[in-house]
Design a protein around this ligand. Structure first.
Ligand code: CP
Ligand code: NVA
Length: 303
């Protein structure tokens, strides 16, 4: 039984299979493979895409979903994650969890006897990366190792997830971020260890360097869910906005992606966000297909 808490919980071969299957599922949406099965969705933070794509995806596979929040469960009254995981494992077939500290989902998974999927923590958002890589493959083909991805802005859960993806898929990644808001040190350390000294990942505070010859420009919000308002941080991040000027340094056929929701005029200029290189809605749609393929893989089912 496998969990999906980090991208690296699955091998590159398994991740490649998921992306390939997701592209197939996109053409042929309905199946009955999950008939009689129930997916739990435990969300401790808001969500539009993740919650709806998991729920719709599981219905399209013939199954049912139960949505839980801390307020409507005994978690709000102090029931332990250990007991919650043990009990829910006796009703559900699989569960996707969105929470704050990554250790909460790890603790849940340690006590669960069903697959647990990370639907976002403060540290990583691996399901988003499945959709992002799928979109990259659809638009640019499978030769990921030849590509350069540039990430701009806060060194948050999305930046960390791109670092994990670069380690696995081998594309070059340049993260442009102020040094005070750099990506997670432990994830960076793992990336350096994994690289055998020939790292394909660079962290810089120079956004132009990151944009130069990039195939993909990526950004995310400057204040993530659960973070306190910090006006100094917003000032520091201003020069990392994805603008037309930065985009002019990228490859002529570059793509622009954003996991959404976006703050237009902050991390990205409206002209780039709505411009002809932007694939944000295809990327959002692909959450549905990629997660269906992921859930089938975790349940060891064919389509
Ligand atoms: N990208 C993403 O995870 O969106 P939601 O927060 O709406 O789920
Ligand atoms: N970094 C953002 C991603 C939202 C999908 C957050 O955690 O709020």
């Amino acid at each position: 039984m496998k969990h999906f808490l980090r991208l690296s919980d699955l091998s590159k071969t398994e991740l490649d299979e998921i992306i390939e299957r997701a592209i197939g599922i996109k053409k042929d949406r309905i199946s009955d493979k999950m008939r009689g099965k129930t997916l739990g969705l435990l969300f401790e933070k808001p969500s539009t895409r993740t919650r709806v794509s998991f729920e719709t995806g599981f219905y399209q596979l013939g199954g049912n979903c139960v949505v839980l929040t801390p307020q409507t469960s005994q978690l709000s009254r102090g029931e332990t994650l250990e007991d919650t995981a043990k009990v829910l494992s006796r009703y559900l077939d699989m569960i996707a969890i969105r929470t704050f500290a990554h250790k909460r989902i790890e603790q849940f998974a340690q006590n669960a006897s069903i697959p647990v999927i990370n639907a976002l923590t403060d540290i990583t958002h691996p399901c988003q990366l499945l959709a992002d890589i799928m979109t990259l493959v659809e638009k640019k083909g499978e030769d990921l190792e030849s590509m350069k991805v540039a990430y701009f802005g806060d060194g948050n859960n999305m930046a960390n997830s791109w670092i994990e993806a670069a380690c696995i898929f081998g594309f070059s990644l340049c993260v442009a971020t102020p040094s005070d808001f750099a990506p997670n040190a432990a994830i960076l350390y793992q990336a350096i260890e994994h690289s055998d000294g020939k790292s394909n990942i660079e962290i810089t505070d120079n956004p132009k360097k990151a944009a130069k010859d990039a195939d993909l420009l990526y950004t995310d919000v400057w204040e993530s869910m659960g973070q306190k308002e910090d006006s100094e941080k917003l000032l520091d991040l201003k020069r990392f906005q994805v603008t037309d000027e930065l985009a002019s340094l990228a490859k002529p056929d570059f793509l622009f992606m954003h996991c959404l929701p976006a703050h237009i005029g902050m991390e990205v200029a409206e002209s780039v966000y709505r411009g002809s290189h932007s694939v944000i809605y295809q990327e959002a749609e692909n959450r549905l297909h990629a997660q269906k393929a992921l859930m089938l893989k975790l349940m060891e089912l064919n389509y």
